[in-house]
Write a new protein. Structure first.
Lengths: 713, 309
């Protein structure tokens, strides 16, 4: 009986926390401390119940594991792509576009600290080791005022609390990655730790393939991440956490050309990663009230280097670098009773931002000459917020207010955000929800690139590039019980001060050093219908999400100042997921997982005609004997381009299947998962181009099997 | 079991190497044919224009001329005259534009279609040469006015007799591929490393073919001092082309496209292509204006040849 009571208490506390108070809580499991303070001797968290509402979806590894990724890694961010209101970017990648916003408008928080570079391997999987994740909460509306500096969705990733009594661990291996995680006590019930890391196996594998074949060039990818946390439970009221998070991606490609007269090489290197150090103090003032204080240091850098050599001599070197450093402190007070939830706090942060496209040339003769034209920006922001939610009979109104005071280059910007919501309980199982959110983002991640990976240009808000602003309206309803959920809603969102490249391709040109000429500001608008259905049974469960939406952009100097479709404006998006427990024994389980992803194709701009041009001054009087044909063609002729994003690519369809074997032993649990990404081997067009007198398509991923083995104790 | 896993892993690695495939696609691109008019007004007494038809991407570069048309030039809404067809696709009007005047081009086609565009003839950029400071590889100037963008390029010839080149560049004179400047308002869009890697004693960044000086207010009477650098030969020209807003956008966007899509092997060609600026309504092409002045040098003796053009 006692156990049951504890379970219910845990369950209720968790639901309450996740649904209403999650924003105020430093860690979803802090309620465990609260229960401890009620003189319960020990407690075991038996599982978490996920919140499913119109604007809020929380999920744990259990939901994420069945999804097949390109590299076979369990990825908490991949699940977001299956939810309503989310449009996919590049196939197989993690770029997600929520309710018409850019992928850089999402805020991904790891224990309340923003992660600016969340992608490994150009967006194929996330930098968050899944073994450290307890629960993820995705919100695309009804956003709490505690979180700011974003324009679209809020993804809060909460890490697990290290086990204070015994050691637990997990070892996993897939063809691409190997991972290890351990957590347990350092001093029983007082000081505990958690460590998890992954490292890529690609480098030795490629070297092995090279040794076995006559593969040309030299490709060296390296991927690694690490998360370490130490938890100190001072007493039942005070706890301290110190954590470090690190991720690194390095990719090198070297191509050598040799002839009798000359040997030349071209080396391209890409490198990006995060470093976060976080210290937090959780003070439970009384059962209904707590204070969470946190300081952190956040570092994100992304760099590219290209070197050319001729006969062993370096001829040129180009470097591009984006850097963001952030120092922040915040304190959040929260109070909650059965009817009332209140929160308030202060946040301060200081940022150093170095926009991409810093160029440094190191030529043979100019080894002492380094050019670095783009200055760093230093910005500071102070924010205050308050959230209030009160339940009165069937009505639960809530209000959030956030004020931001932003300084940069002797300029000051005062910014206010108001967030309103009303939930109406029609019956035990049905309800309505309306919400209004004002959002501001004080850094720009310039859109226009077709990829959505972390090499995008990061700019601070300045008087020239003002903070991005959005207003979002939502109305919907839901019906749910223990086994099923149906939800439906409509939204309208408009956005100001968005940034985009005029011609995204220019950023790839080595000559382009001046990003300011390439970036323009504009507006966006999006509206749509979102539906979600879920059914859970003992041996199977299934979910479906459907989105019908339209998203446009309007930018100066793009598309002759006329409105155009957003690149990833997909009219229809349908995602189906399902799991069937095919075998259930005390010591083993087997499960079949399926996923179907269908969406309208994305938009592209195409050349539709050629015409005579006016050549650049004295172009034909060059002293060089040979001008590459493509260069000559572009000097003499012009392509007439279609309207921006005027063409719609064919629809996207993909089916993934995986099968997992779970063997539960006395000491160890083994899991073996075989997955097939794109089992139909459908070549979904990523882009099309004209070559050799015909139109061709480029597809990224054909059928792709994956396998992963893991052992946990 | 173990060997099965190794086999599977090996097979997966091979499958991974097959990432990204290209195949033909039956795709219905609504290609279009448009009338194309190109006309750049210069500070010459004869203005030229081309009137052709665009072709489909799938066709070659044989641009059909449009023979029948009525093409008028208007200055501040006063008709200046009509262009006359002189040869295949080429039309001419004897007229010297005036700086500061707004011009409108009107092309009326037999099918009733009308193409229009506007531009303004810019004021010539005022410069002075600081000849006494010149030393290889630098030639020094002061920019006194900078209301309009200015494009700088250098023509030279080492063996050609100077008097055959002067006062106008002959067809034998060569365009320098890499030039440098320390102008504070230079646009870095076509920067290509350091000039010292190609030219000894150079101190500036290198730019491909052209230097674009952005417009800016000139606050002091002494102007903006700057130098131009390249591997100067004994004879040559430094051109300063003051561009209308339309010519500036057209030339810059043309060069950006040219530089980005240099190589057919470059995967950049697969991304959405750059757009080249056009200001012709109901058609394609460009109507713009520029004024040239140039600096002629001959061994150690320099002229500032404003009067020649």
């Amino acid at each position: 009986m006692m156990n049951t009571t504890k379970r219910i208490l845990v369950f209720c506390a968790y639901c309450f926390n996740a649904l209403y108070g999650q924003a105020q809580s430093e860690d979803p499991l802090t309620f465990q401390d609260s229960i401890n303070s009620h003189s319960l001797e020990t407690i075991t968290v038996l599982g978490t119940t996920n919140v499913r509402r119109n604007n809020t979806y929380s999920f744990s590894l259990k939901e994420v594991k069945p999804l097949v990724s390109v590299v076979g890694e369990t990825d908490v961010l991949r699940y977001i792509g299956t939810l309503p209101g989310v449009s996919q970017g590049m196939e197989g990648g993690l770029g997600f576009f929520v309710r018409g916003s850019n992928t850089g408008n999402n805020r991904i928080e790891l224990d309340d600290v923003p992660v600016y570079g969340s992608d490994h391997l150009f967006g194929l999987f996330s930098t968050i080791p899944s073994e450290v994740v307890d629960q993820v909460t995705f919100r695309n509306g009804k956003l709490p005022a505690i979180s700011g500096d974003f324009l679209s969705s809020l993804v809060k990733i909460a890490t697990i609390q290290p086990d204070a009594a015994k050691y637990r661990g997990n070892l996993s291996v897939s063809p691409f990655m190997a991972g290890l995680s351990v957590n347990g006590p350092l001093i029983k019930n007082r000081l505990s730790f958690q460590a998890a890391g992954r490292i890529s196996l690609l480098r030795p594998e490629i070297q092995l393939i090279k040794a076995m074949t006559d593969m040309e060039g030299d490709v060296l990818p390296e991927v690694a991440d690490l998360y370490v946390k130490v938890h100190y439970q001072v007493n039942h009221r005070h706890a301290v956490n110190l954590s470090h998070y690190y991720s690194n991606d390095y990719f090198k490609y070297r191509h050598v050309e040799e002839s009798r007269l000359e040997s030349s090489s071209n080396t391209v290197e890409e490198n990006w990663g995060n470093k976060i150090v976080r210290l937090s103090w959780n003070w439970k003032i009384k059962e209904s009230m707590q204070l969470n204080t946190m300081v952190y240091y956040n570092y994100f850098a992304s760099g590219q280097r290209q070197r050319t050599t001729s006969n062993g001599q370096q001829t040129n070197e180009l470097r591009l670098q984006t850097l963001l450093q952030e120092w922040a402190a915040q304190s959040a007070w929260s109070y909650r009773t059965n009817d009332l939830i209140a929160g308030a706090g202060l946040q301060a942060k200081s940022q150093q931002i170095r926009p991409a496209a810093e160029k440094v040339y190191v030529g043979e003769a100019s080894s002492e000459n380094h050019y670095s034209f783009n200055p760093d920006y230093f910005a500071k922001m102070c924010s205050g917020y308050a959230d209030l939610e009160y339940k009165y009979k069937r009505f639960t109104p809530s209000i959030g207010y956030r004020i931001n005071y932003y300084f940069i280059e002797n300029q000051r910007i005062l910014d206010n955000n108001l967030r309103l919501a009303l939930a109406v309980e029609l019956s035990k199982e049905t309800g309505l929800e309306i919400s209004y959110d004002q959002l501001s983002q004080f850094h720009h991640i310039v859109e226009g690139l077709p990829t959505g990976w972390s090499l995008d240009l990061i700019l601070p808000s300045t008087p020239l590039y003002k903070p991005e602003k959005a207003r979002q309206y939502y109305a919907g309803g839901f019906w749910s019980n223990k086994q099923a959920l149906l939800s439906a809603g409509v939204y309208y969102k408009n956005m100001d001060n968005l940034t985009s490249y005029k011609n995204a391709s220019n950023i790839f040109g080595v000559q382009n050093a001046n990003w300011m000429d390439e970036v323009v500001t504009g507006k966006g608008e999006s509206y749509g219908l979102e539906l979600r259905a879920e059914k859970r049974e003992e041996r199977w469960n299934a979910a479906a999400s459907y989105t019908l939406s339209k998203t446009d952009r309007l930018f100066a100097d793009i598309n002759q100042d006329k409105k155009f479709p957003f690149k990833f404006d997909r009219r229809h998006i349908l995602n189906l997921t399902g799991q069937v427990l095919t075998r259930k024994r005390e010591s083993s389980n087997q499960q079949l997982n399926m996923m179907l992803a269908f969406s309208s194709g994305h938009h592209i701009t195409l050349p539709i005609a050629m015409y005579q041009g006016i050549e650049p001054p004295y172009w034909r009087q060059q002293s060089v004997i040979y001008v590459p044909p493509k260069e000559e063609e572009n000097a003499l002729y012009r392509q007439l381009m279609s309207g921006t994003n005027e063409y719609l690519l064919p629809s996207y369809l993909r089916v993934d299947i995986s099968y997992s074997f779970l063997r539960i032993g006395k000491r160890f649990t083994h899991e073996f998962v075989i997955g097939i990404f794109n089992v139909l081997n459908r070549h979904n067009p990523y882009l099309i181009f004209y070559e050799d007198d015909r139109w061709k398509q480029l597809s990224i991923f054909p059928i792709l099997p994956s396998v992963k083995w893991s052992l946990s104790f | 079991m173990k060997s099965w896993i190794i086999t599977l892993t090996g097979w997966m690695l091979i499958a991974s190497a097959l990432y990204a495939c290209v195949q033909e696609l039956p795709f219905d691109v609504k290609e279009t044919e448009l009338p194309v008019v190109n006309c750049i007004l210069t500070n010459d007494t004869l203005q030229t224009l081309s009137l052709t038809q665009s072709v489909k991407i799938t066709d070659g570069y044989a641009f059909q001329e449009i023979q029948e048309a009525r093409i008028s030039l208007w200055a501040e809404e006063v008709k200046i005259g009509e262009f006359e067809r002189k040869s295949y696709g080429n039309w001419q009007l004897r007229y010297q534009p005036e700086a500061g005047i707004h011009y409108r081009l009107q092309v009326q086609l037999p099918d009733g279609k009308e193409l229009t565009a506007t531009t303004a003839m810019p004021e010539k950029t005022q410069l002075t040469a600081d000849r006494e400071k010149n030393s290889y590889p630098s030639k020094y100037f002061r920019q006194l006015t900078a209301e309009n963008p200015c494009w700088v390029f250098i023509l030279g010839e080492e063996t050609w007799a100077a008097d055959l080149m002067h006062p106008v560049p002959s067809s034998k004179v060569k365009l320098h591929e890499i030039i440098g400047t320390d102008h504070p308002r230079v646009d870095r869009f076509n920067e290509e490393g350091n000039l010292v890697d190609l030219v000894s004693r150079a101190t500036t960044p290198a730019y491909a073919y052209y230097v674009r000086i952005q417009p800016s207010p000139v606050s002091n009477e002494e102007g903006i001092p700057f130098c131009m650098q390249t591997n100067f030969g004994p004879y040559g020209f430094i051109f300063f082309r003051t561009a209308s807003e339309e010519y500036d956008q057209y030339l810059k966007s043309s060069l950006q496209k040219l530089f980005v899509y240099k190589s057919e092997d470059d995967p950049i060609q697969w991304f959405d292509e750059n757009k080249v600026y056009s200001n012709i309504s109901n058609g394609a092409g460009i109507f713009a204006a520029y004024q040239d002045n140039y600096y002629y040098f001959f061994d150690n003796y320099d002229f500032f040849n404003d009067e020649y053009h």
